[in-house]
Write a protein that binds this ligand. Structure first.
Ligand code: S3P
Length: 423
């Protein structure tokens, strides 16, 4: 296979969720261009409509028009967050500063995901919870007057950090958080600064927010999602020839740890025409084929590439030597047990892969991969194995490709569009 051309990926998922949430908190009309229109983005839009925001339909290519009321309104029904952990956890933070009860639920994958990681610190701030199923959904939150919080997160997670910062916003109190290692994505901090909130990164790792700002109506252009671009980068690296350009992708340093790892493995991805749009760095990614070698991905690097591990593991399976991903236990509580399923599926297609403690080992081979892949409805597993299926001679049957719609509408068509047969 050879790659060619220039392609755009859908809007950034993290920024789209945040833009929708902020739009619902602003009093008046905001506009979100380039937004993601996937199932996860629709989950955020759906629950925010139930909370009083008016939001135009999410359609590829059209600008979202969102009118917020300044505060959220008591919902008449249960809020179904679908498959989206980001919707759930960030919304819980926003709801913590509102004095009404709201019940959140989600699909079977989301209902299994841990929520105490946010309900525990929100309880310290003064919110109250009723969970019927232990550490998971459905759960009911009753917000209230909140107290300031200074909190050391047990895990590095932008969802926890953003949840608590948003509680600070709706509760009007100071919030400081610190992550154990590495730095998770900082889109919430950047947006808050744009709205006049004081958000400081201290030398010893604290992010300190003071509620000095106000969420006003805005117009924002969402860059392409680097996590979606990563799959196409992977396909281009593993292609036999050609060059692929992915235009207007977010290149926020907290999101592109995968490029640093790929460089260490021998790839030479280039960022061209970098600009800053609405506080976020954006550029074109240009990638060509490269012969890659194994590397060790350190624990401190993981928060900066958490969603790219499935794709990096696929690349590791075509690289020389054994790649080690250190301390990736957090993958067990993603949309699936991504750690266990990644290793299991790699083995199912003939790759040597194993989990030891919280570390993942993947050995490279040039043999054509073949076998059946079970995704458990996890979009990133489906897309990662679809990329592996582009190598010469591959015969991989993936049980569910439709789940790619969670983050990357038209993924299959986009992947097909960059391929041309090598001569
Ligand atoms: C996200 C944060 C990450 C990531 C998810 C999106 C966000 O989760 O896996 O896809 O938008 O804040 P964690 O912060 O829990 O690792």
């Amino acid at each position: 296979m050879k790659v060619h051309g220039s392609v755009r990926v859908p809007g950034d998922k993290s920024i789209t969720h945040r833009a929708l949430l902020f739009g619902a908190l602003a009093r008046g009309q905001s506009f979100i261009g380039g937004a993601l229109t996937s199932l996860d983005a629709r989950s955020s839009a759906r629950v925010l409509r139930q909370l009083g925001a008016e939001i135009s339909p999410l359609r590829i290519g059209s600008v979202i028009d969102i009118t917020g009321r300044g505060r959220l309104r008591r919902p008449g029904n249960v809020l179904n967050c679908g498959n989206s952990g980001t919707t759930t956890r960030l919304l819980l933070g926003m709801l913590a500063g509102h004095r009404f009860a709201a019940t959140l639920t989600g699909d079977s994958s989301l209902r299994r995901r841990p929520m105490r990681r946010v309900t525990a610190p929100l309880t310290q701030m003064g919110a109250r919870f009723h969970d019927t199923r232990g550490d998971g959904l459905p759960l009911t939150i009753r917000g209230g007057p909140l107290r300031p919080l200074r909190y050391e997160q047990p895990v590095s997670s932008a969802q926890i950090k953003s949840c608590l910062l948003l509680a600070g916003v709706t509760g009007g109190v100071d919030v400081a958080v610190r992550e154990p290692f590495g730095r998770s994505r900082d889109h919430t901090e950047r947006l808050l600064r744009a709205f006049g909130y004081r958000v400081e990164d201290s030398a010893d790792g604290w992010v300190e927010m003071a509620p000095t700002g106000k969420i006003e109506p805005f117009a924002l252009q969402v860059p392409g999602d680097p996590s979606s671009a990563a799959f196409l980068v992977g396909a281009a690296l593993m292609a036999e020839a050609g060059e692929l350009r992915i235009t207007s992708v977010g290149i926020n340093p907290t999101r592109i740890g995968f490029l640093t790892v790929l460089q260490r493995m021998g790839a030479n991805p280039r960022v061209e025409s970098p600009v800053t749009e609405f506080g976020e760095p954006v550029g074109d990614l240009v990638v060509t084929h490269a012969a890659l070698r194994a590397t060790e991905v350190a624990a401190g690097e993981i928060p900066g590439l958490i969603d790219e591990i499935p794709l990096l593991a696929i690349i590791a399976s075509r690289s020389e030597g054994t790649t080690i991903f250190r301390d990736v236990g957090e993958l067990r509580v993603k949309e699936s047990d991504r750690l266990g399923l990644m290793a299991e599926n790699l083995r199912a297609v003939g790759v040597v892969a194993e989990v030891q403690g919280d570390d993942l080992y993947v050995s490279g081979s040039a043999r054509p991969p073949a076998g059946k892949v079970r995704t458990a409805g996890d979009h990133r597993l489906a897309m990662a194995f679809a990329v592996l299926n582009t190598v010469p001679g591959a015969r991989i049957a993936i049980d569910d490709m439709r789940c790619a719609d969670v983050s990357f509408p038209r993924f299959r068509e986009t992947l097909a569009s960059i391929k041309v047969r090598a001569r």
